[in-house]
Design a protein around this ligand. Structure first.
Ligand SMILES: NC(=O)c1ccc[n+]([C@@H]2O[C@H](COP(=O)([O-])OP(=O)(O)OC[C@H]3O[C@@H](n4cnc5c(N)ncnc54)[C@H](O)[C@@H]3O)[C@@H](O)[C@H]2O)c1
Length: 246
């Protein structure tokens, strides 16, 4: 579980462990990752990893193989969402965002291919965003990276089906997490019209999503229950892309 210390990642880890899976939690956030592993016991191990580092992916996969013998699933659930206008985002900031949100997904898929191809089975879920389909203020680079994750998941699903490996993306809408709080806090600071208290009032379901609700979809796709699902992306957005309340 890459990004396993975050809200959506940790919710998947808890659910997977409850269902009997053994999980490697990989994340930059050592404190949160170690505390999650301490909570969940021996079915879970933490590895400090920067998902944009190919060497770190090698370490994550070799830990999974040495500790648990195989790699059945990969969830890419990390991400960053710095806000900026086109004019203000530097080349370096743009490239870092692409390295984490987009290139790291490629590196993760590549890293698990050897064991999954040998097993002739595997399931990969990449966490994209509703922003892949709908503009969000000052998040153009984030949106571009998330659209790339949808496209990469589709192409990987097509290429890897021959090996019994399924690849899908999920696209959450606003979901309670540190990343979401940072985004809405910045919007409240920079956009006088943004009403944080009532931001979800006109969503069809009228509320923010909980990380467990996103995790349910991710774990479904990771599991054999989704055995005929590949190359697709699945919205978990409270209906926002469908429309707003009348
Ligand atoms: N929360 C939302 O509203 C929302 C909406 C749509 C999509 N998403 C996506 O969901 C995913 C999970 O985000 P979240 O909402 O749980 O936020 P979060 O901040 O709780 O978790 C993000 C995690 O990613 C980790 N991370 C960041 N950069 C990393 C790197 N280079 N290597 C390894 N780990 C790294 C962080 O340490 C953190 O644990 C992200 O891809 C995000 O873009 C979130």
């Amino acid at each position: 579980m890459a990004g396993g210390a975050g809200a959506i990642g940790a919710s998947q880890v808890r659910l997977l462990v409850r269902l009997g899976a053994k999980v490697v939690v990989a994340d930059l956030n050592d404190a949160a990752g170690q505390s999650l592993v301490a909570e969940l016991g021996s079915g879970c191990v933490f590895v400090h990893a920067d998902a944009s580092s190919e060497q770190d992916w090698t370490d994550v996969v070799s830990t999974a193989v040495s500790r648990f013998g195989r790699v059945d699933m990969l969830s890419n659930s990390f991400g960053i969402a710095p806000q900026s206008t086109f004019a203000d985002l530097s080349y370096e900031e743009y490239m870092r965002l692409i390295a984490v949100n987009q290139t790291a997904v490629f590196l993760g898929i590549k890293a698990v291919l050897t064991p999954m191809k040998q097993q002739r089975s595997g399931s990969i879920v990449n966490v994209s965003s509703g922003a892949a389909y709908r503009a969000q203020p000052y998040l153009f680079a984030y949106s571009a990276s998330k659209a790339a994750v949808v496209a990469m998941s589709r192409d990987a699903g097509v290429e890897l089906g021959a090996y019994g490996i399924r690849v899908n993306a999920i696209c959450p809408g606003g979901t309670r997490s540190e990343l979401n709080t940072a985004t809405t806090t910045a919007w409240a600071r920079t956009r006088p019209s943004y009403d944080r208290e009532h931001a979800f009032d006109r969503h069809p379901l009228g509320r923010i999503g909980e990380p467990e609700e996103v995790a349910n979809m991710a774990v479904f796709l990771l599991s054999d229950a989704a055995s005929y699902c590949t190359g697709n992306s699945y919205l978990v957005d409270g209906g926002l892309l469908a429309g707003i309340r009348p």
